[in-house]
Design a protein around this ligand. Structure first.
Ligand code: NAP
Length: 246
C-alpha cells in the first residue's frame, strides 16, 4: 500500500509514535524513526520493523529546536531524496493548575508540541511543494478540542496544532499536499500511565465505548490518512476517542 514511500515519524521511540512507525513500515513505507533522548528504544523500534519485514532507520532530533530540525530534514533528503509522509507525533505534558504552572512548563509544552510541528513542516514544505504530493498528519488531542483542567498548556498546544493544520491545508492544497490532524482520546501509553487510577477512571467514564484506546487505534487512522484512499481529505480533524467527543 505504501511501497516506495518515505515516512518520517517524530517521537517514534515509544507509545503511539512507535505503533505508527511499525504500521507504516508493515505497509511498505521506509520509516525514519525520530526520537529525542531514547536512542536505544528507537533502535528497538527499527529492529521490530525489520523483524516484521519492513525497513527504517532511527534518527535523533529535538523537534523543538529550529536548526536541529533543519539538520534532520537535510540529512533525510540527502540520504533518501524525498519524504512522502510526515507524522508530527512528538509530544509532552507538563500538567499543573494555572496558578502553579511555571513559565518553563508552558514553554516546554508549546515548544515541543506546537513549534516542533511548525519546525518540521517549515523545513519539509519546500520538498513537498516541489514533489506536488505529500501527506502531513499532526497528532493533536481531545484536550485541544474540549479543554482539560490542569492542562492549559497542553490543550493550547493541541488546539494550536488544529489551527496550523487548517491553515496549511489551505496553503498547500494547490500542490496536492494534504494536511490533517488526528485527535486521540485516552490512549494506553507511558503518557497516560503517569495519570492516577482515579483520574483514569474519571476520564474513562466519559468514553461511550467504555475503555481506553490502544496506540494501534491511532496508527490505523494514520495509515488511512497516509494512503491514496485519503487523497481527497484535507484540513480535517479525525477523532479516535471511543466517542468521547461528538
Ligand atoms: P509518550 O509515550 O510519552 O511518547 C512521546 C514520544 O515523543 C517519545 O517517543 C519521545 O521520545 C518523543 N519526544 C518528546 N519530546 C521530543 C522532542 N523534543 N523531540 C523529538 N521527540 C520527542 O507519548 P504518547 O502517549 O505516545 O503520545 C504521542 C502523541 O500523542 C503526543 O503528541 C501526545 O500529545 C498525543 N496524544 C496522546 C494521548 C494519550 O492518551 N496517550 C492522547 C491524545 C494525544 P524520547 O523519549 O526519545 O524523548
Amino acid at each position: 500500500m505504501l511501497e516506495g514511500k518515505i515516512a518520517l515519524v517524530t517521537g517514534a521511540s515509544r507509545g503511539i509514535g512507535r505503533e505508527i512507525a511499525l504500521t507504516l513500515a508493515k505497509n511498505g513505507a521506509f520509516v525514519i524513526v525520530n526520537y529525542n533522548g531514547s536512542a536505544q528504544r528507537a533502535e528497538e523500534v527499527v529492529k521490530a520493523i525489520r523483524e516484521a519485514g519492513g525497513d527504517g532507520v532511527a534518527m535523533q532530533c529535538n523537534v523543538s529546536d529550529f536548526s536541529e530540525s533543519e539538520k534532520l530534514v537535510k540529512n533525510v533528503i540527502a540520504q533518501y531524496g524525498r519524504v512522502d509522509i510526515l507524522v508530527n507525533n512528538a509530544g509532552i505534558t507538563r500538567d499543573n493548575l494555572i496558578m502553579r504552572m511555571t513559565e518553563a512548563d508552558y514553554d516546554a509544552v508549546m515548544d515541543t508540541n506546537l513549534k516542533g510541528a511548525f519546525n518540521m513542516i517549515r523545513h519539509l514544505s519546500r520538498f513537498f511543494l516541489k514533489q506536488r504530493s505529500g501527506k502531513i498528519i499532526n497528532i493533536s488531542s481531545v484536550s485541544g478540542i474540549m479543554g482539560n483542567a490542569g492542562q492549559a498548556n497542553y490543550s493550547a498546544s493541541k488546539a494550536g496544532l488544529i489551527g496550523l493544520t487548517k491553515s496549511l491545508a489551505r496553503e498547500l492544497a494547490s500542490r496536492n499536499v494534504c494536511v490533517n490532524a488526528i485527535a486521540p482520546g485516552l490512549i494506553e501509553t507511558e503518557m497516560t500511565d503517569a495519570l492516577s487510577d482515579e483520574a483514569k477512571e474519571n476520564l474513562k467514564s466519559l468514553v461511550p465505548l467504555g475503555r481506553m484506546g490502544r496506540p494501534q487505534d491511532v496508527a490505523n487512522m494514520v495509515l488511512f490518512l497516509a494512503g491514496d484512499n485519503a487523497d481527497y481529505i484535507t484540513g480535517q480533524v479525525l477523532h479516535v476517542d471511543g466517542g468521547m467527543v461528538m
